[in-house]
Design a protein around this ligand. Structure first.
Ligand code: NAD
Length: 486
C-alpha cells in the first residue's frame, strides 16, 4: 500500500484547482467515529456554471474530441498510472468517508476498478466503428457505422462506491472524446477531488474533466443545462426518475444506474454452503451495495438448514471501525441512515417478520453508525422490507414451495431488476431459469464476472449499461457514413 498523503480539497474547473466563489465548505464525516474529520470546498450554482461552460468550450473548440483516439487513451493511461500510484490515498478516502473496511476497500473499491478503467480505455482505443458491405452502385460506395462522442457529459455519482463509479464514467466518457463535469455525492467527495488533482497532473487539457462538489441543487443544474448533451447517473431510483424526466425535456441521453432488490433463488438441490457464502457478501459494504442479493428465496425443504448456516456465518462477522484491520463489516453511512434502517426493521417485524440474527447496535467504541448484520426470516415477498431497498446490512429469507416456476415468479415480483442468482446442481435448469429472471446480471452458482460483463438494470433499476463494449458505446452517438467514388 502506498503512503497516505494530504486529503484533497479543491475543485477542478477549466484546468485549475479552485475553491468556490463564496468560500463555502462541506464537512466530511467519518462514519466509523461519527465525527467531522475535515472539510472540502462546496460548489454551488456558480461552480456548476463555470464547469459546464469549460466543458462545453473544451468540446466545441477541441482538440480533445478530434485527437486520434490513441492519444486520448495514452493520456488516460497516464492518469491511470497516477491513480495506481495513489492507491493508498484512495483507499484511505473510501475507508474514511464511506466506512468500507480498509482491506475490502483497497481490493474491491480501488484496485479492482482500475481493471475496469484500463479495460474500457483499451476498448475505446480499439475503436467502435463498424464497416458495412460496400454498396455496389453505381457509384460503388463504402459505408460504415461511425461512433462519435455525444458532447458534454454530466456525471453524477453516489457515496457507496465512489471511486469505482467515478472511474466507470470517466474512462468510457473521456476515451470516446466527450468532455465531462463530474459531481460526487456530498457524503463521499474525496475520491473525485483526488481524481481531479491527478487529471491535472496527467496533463489532461483544460476543461476536459471538471470536478465539482454539491448536492441535489448542483446536480439539477448539471442535468437541466441545455449545454449538456448526456447524463451519466448512478444513484437512487427516485432521483433517477426525476433526472430522466428533466433529461427528456431536452432529449438528452441519460444513462441511469439505479437501485436494486435482487433475489438469490435457491432450488431444492442447491449447495447450501456455497450459496450462503455468496449471499454473505452483503456484509462487505454493510449492505450498502446496489447489486447485493437481499432477497434469499429458499425452498421449504432447505429452510431450516439455510437459516442455521446463515446464523453460523453471521456470528463470525466482526463489526467495527473501517480502520481496524480485523473488521469484516464497517458502519453505515450516517446517523440518519442508521435510524431509517432500524425503522425498516421495526416495520418488518410489525408486518410479521422475525429477526433470526442481529438487529441491534453492536458495542463499538465511539459514536460510529453501527448495526449488527441482520437476518430476517418469515418474510413474505409482499412485505415492505422485501419490496423496498433497505440499503443497510439486512437480508431476508423468503420461503417458497421449491417449484422453480414459483421461484422465478417471486424473483421477478419486484419493481427492480438489477442482479439475480440461481443456485442448483442442475446447471442446465439453472441457466434456463436465469434467462427468465428479468435483471441485468444473473449468475448460476457464481458471483463474479470479468471486466467486460456489462452492468445495469431492467425496470426501475435503470436504463443502459456500464462496462465492456456496451458501456463504452453508451457515450457515443451513432452515425451512418457513406462515400462513393468521385
Ligand atoms: P442519491 O440518488 O440520493 O444521490 C446520488 C447522487 O445524485 C448524489 O451525487 C446526489 O448529490 C445527486 N442528486 C441528488 N438529487 C439530485 C437531483 N435532483 N438531480 C441531480 N442529482 C441529484 O443516491 P445515494 O444515496 O447517494 O446512493 C445510494 C443509491 O445509489 C441506492 O439507491 C443504490 O442502489 C444506488 N446505486 C446504484 C448503483 C448501480 O450501478 N445501479 C450503484 C451504486 C449505488
Amino acid at each position: 500500500m502506498t503512503a497516505v498523503g494530504t486529503p484533497p480539497r479543491d475543485l477542478l474547473i477549466d484546468g485549475e484547482l479552485v475553491g468556490p466563489s463564496d468560500g463555502a465548505t462541506l464537512p466530511v464525516v467519518d462514519p466509523s467515529i461519527g465525527e467531522v474529520v475535515r472539510e472540502v470546498w462546496l460548489g454551488g450554482p456558480a461552480e456548476a456554471e463555470a464547469a459546464i461552460a469549460a466543458s462545453r468550450r473544451a468540446f466545441d473548440e477541441g482538440p480533445w474530441p478530434h485527437l486520434p483516439v490513441a492519444e486520448r487513451a495514452a493520456a488516460l493511461h497516464r492518469l491511470g498510472d497516477l491513480i495506481e500510484a495513489d492507491t493508498g490515498r484512495f483507499t484511505d478516502l473510501v475507508a474514511t468517508e464511506v466506512g468500507t473496511p480498509r482491506l475490502i476497500a483497497e481490493a474491491g473499491q480501488v484496485r479492482r476498478p482500475m481493471d475496469h478503467y484500463r479495460d474500457m480505455i483499451d476498448r475505446g482505443a480499439r475503436g467502435l466503428d463498424r464497416e458495412l458491405a460496400d454498396l455496389p452502385g453505381p457509384p460503388r460506395s463504402r459505408q460504415i457505422i461511425a461512433r462519435e462522442p455525444r458532447g458534454v457529459v454530466s456525471a453524477i455519482t453516489p457515496w457507496n462506491a465512489p471511486h469505482l463509479l467515478n472511474l466507470w464514467k470517466v474512462a468510457p466518457g473521456l476515451v470516446t472524446g466527450n468532455t465531462m463535469v463530474l459531481k460526487p455525492s456530498p457524503e463521499a467527495p474525496g475520491c473525485a477531488l483526488l481524481l481531479g488533482e491527478l487529471a491535472l497532473e496527467a496533463g489532461l487539457p483544460a476543461g476536459v474533466l471538471n470536478v465539482i462538489t454539491g448536492g441535489g441543487e448542483v446536480g439539477r443544474l448539471m442535468v437541466g443545462d441545455p449545454r449538456v448533451d448526456m447524463i451519466a447517473f448512478t444513484g437512487s431510483s427516485g432521483v433517477g426518475r426525476g433526472i430522466a424526466a428533466t433529461a427528456g425535456g431536452s432529449l438528452k441521453h441519460a444513462l441511469l444506474e439505479l437501485g436494486g432488490k435482487s433475489a438469490l433463488l435457491a432450488l431444492p438441490d442447491a449447495d447450501v454452503p456455497s450459496m450462503v457464502a455468496a449471499a454473505m457478501r452483503f456484509v462487505t459494504l454493510a449492505g450498502q451495495g446496489c447489486g447485493l442479493l437481499t432477497r434469499i428465496l429458499v425452498p421449504d425443504s432447505l429452510h431450516d438448514r439455510v437459516v442455521a448456516a446463515f446464523v453460523a456465518a453471521l456470528g463470525k462477522v466482526r463489526v467495527g471501525s473501517a480502520h481496524d484491520p480485523q473488521t469484516m463489516m464497517g458502519p453505515v453511512i450516517s446517523a440518519g441512515e442508521l435510524g431509517r434502517i432500524e425503522a425498516s426493521l421495526a416495520d418488518a417485524v410489525h408486518e410479521g417478520a422475525s429477526i433470526a440474527f442481529g438487529g441491534k447496535r453492536p458495542d463499538v467504541p465511539g459514536n460510529g453508525y453501527f448495526l449488527e448484520p441482520t437476518l430476517l426470516v418469515d418474510v413474505r415477498n409482499d412485505m415492505t422490507v422485501a419490496r423496498e431497498e433497505i440499503f443497510g446490512p439486512v437480508i431476508s429469507v423468503i420461503r417458497y414451495s421449491g417449484d422453480p416456476d414459483e421461484g422465478v415468479a417471486l424473483a421477478n415480483d419486484s419493481e427492480y431488476g438489477l442482479v439475480g442468482a440461481v443456485w442448483t446442481r442442475d446447471v442446465d435448469l439453472g441457466v434456463r431459469l436465469a434467462r427468465r429472471i428479468r435483471a441485468g446480471q444473473v449468475r448460476v452458482n457464481a458471483t463474479a464476472s470479468t471486466t467486460e460483463g456489462p452492468f445495469g438494470g431492467y425496470k426501475q433499476s435503470g436504463v443502459g449499461r456500464e462496462c465492456g463494449d456496451l458501456g463504452v458505446a453508451e457515450y457515443t452517438e451513432i452515425k451512418y457514413l457513406g462515400w462513393g467514388d468521385a
